[in-house]
Design a protein around this ligand. Structure first.
Ligand SMILES: Cc1cc2nc3c(=O)[nH]c(=O)nc-3n(C[C@H](O)[C@H](O)[C@H](O)COP(=O)(O)OP(=O)(O)OC[C@H]3O[C@@H](n4cnc5c(N)ncnc54)[C@H](O)[C@@H]3O)c2cc1C
Length: 361
């Protein structure tokens, strides 16, 4: 019987192109690559990379990464640990899923069982293991509302650990995994708590409008899932090989949040620039903060839908999505990102933060 270390070394591949493993379809090869199906293989892979002093990069479904054209000089570990455990706890259902499970299959399964908590998160590509990284969210719902526990291999202490939701420090499209502990934990399993027979969450204006227009006053979870998928399709926010606008990482920038005072200053600044001021798109948050629409800022800065920059550009359906128009490079993506950031900053004094993770650059 081979040891986990031997089994890992046998599964190791060299110079593996990463572009086909990403939704953007961009990026060079990984010097070493392994698809790990078990926690033991993952731990063996991490130990191997440490011994050789190679950098480690953890890949899921590749839907939120921009890989450098030169690729990644160390070990890319794709976490493909599968498996679901379901436990009932009164009205709640606790689902523990392997990090390699497809996120949207889990959502579909919950909706089919009439378990609420994920319905607005329908159609988001990627895998379970990445959902805590940026606290995946959409249409008024966030995964942080359902996280129970995150199991991970801690590369610092070289131990398997279990983190509570509070310990993950979730925020809007962020967590400790994306900030102070970036690259420290490899997530192996995630436990979520959803509600059996719960009501759908319909907080987002676009979704409310869509359902009202169809006379769906008390929609079932499945109707909410269908509505979300339909709205997302119209914005190329579901992966569709027939739609080149979906060759993206979804939204490229997070919506900036500012203090009320900064918002008032921004309004004055915009009004002084002429016609733009009156229709600034922003949403009040609790605690006196305001969320600005990154898409609005980008369009106002002159980057309209369909904007072209070499072989990359902006989706014709959504100003927030940077797309690979065919044969694009990471260099072009980064150039366009920087162009947008500097023009938005010059005009509005707002720093746009990218949502995807840049790998090897
Ligand atoms: C069309 C489209 C629409 C999208 N819509 C949304 C949306 O509405 N809301 C939203 O929040 N996101 C959205 N995204 C972004 C993306 O789908 C999510 O962030 C998703 O969770 C990424 O999952 P992944 O498995 O593809 O992660 P990857 O892209 O493979 O990795 C993303 C990051 O997570 C890390 N990571 C992945 N797996 C693990 C693991 N097991 N342990 C530790 N680190 C790990 C990686 O190292 C990397 O830093 C969209 C993307 C696309 C292409």
């Amino acid at each position: 019987m081979p040891t986990a270390q031997q089994a890992f070394e046998e599964s190791l591949l060299e110079n593996v192109p990463l572009a086909p493993m990403t939704t953007l379809g961009i990026g060079g090869p990984a010097r070493f690559f392994a698809d790990v199906m078990t926690t033991d293989a993952l731990i063996a892979g991490a130990a191997w990379a440490r011994r050789l002093q190679l950098p480690l990069f953890v890949l899921g479904g590749g839907s939120n990464v921009v890989v450098a054209d030169a690729g990644f000089p160390g070990l890319a570990l794709r976490v493909s640990i599968t498996g679901l455990e379901i436990r009932f706890d009164d009205q709640a259902v606790v689902i523990t899923a392997g990090a390699g499970e497809e996120w949207d299959s889990l959502v579909a399964r919950c909706v089919a069982n009439d378990w609420s908590g994920f319905e607005c998160l329908s159609g988001i590509p990627g895998r379970v293991g990445a959902t805590p990284i940026q606290n995946v969210g959409a249409y008024g719902q966030e995964t942080s509302e359902t996280f129970e526990l995150v199991e991970a291999f801690d590369l610092a202490s070289e131990r398997l650990v279990t983190l509570s939701a509070a310990e993950c420090e979730f925020g809007y499209r962020t967590s400790r995994f994306k900030t102070r502990d970036r690259d420290r934990f490899v997530i192996t399993r995630v436990a979520y708590r959803v509600l059996a027979g719960g009501k759908p969450s319909i907080r987002y204006a676009d979704l409310q409008r869509y359902l009202a227009e169809r006379g769906l006053e008390r929609p079932a979870l499945a109707q909410v899932r269908e509505a979300v998928l339909e709205i997302r399709r119209s914005k190329a926010m579901v992966i569709d090989s027939a739609d080149p606008d979906s060759r993206s990482v979804g939204s490229f920038f997070v919506n900036p949040t500012v203090e009320l005072e900064q918002f008032e200053q921004l309004k004055r600044r915009i009004q002084s620039q002429g016609e733009r001021g009156s229709n600034i798109v922003a949403f009040p948050l609790s605690g006196g903060r305001v969320k600005l629409s990154a898409a609005w800022l980008i369009e106002q800065a002159g980057f309209k839908r369909g904007y072209v920059h070499g072989r990359v550009g902006i989706s014709t359906k959504h100003a927030l999505a940077i797309i690979n128009r065919g044969g694009g490079t990471a260099r072009e993506i980064v150039e366009l990102k920087e162009l947008i950031q500097s023009r938005v900053f010059d005009l509005f004094g707002i720093d746009l933060t990218p949502e995807p993770v840049l790998i090897g650059m």
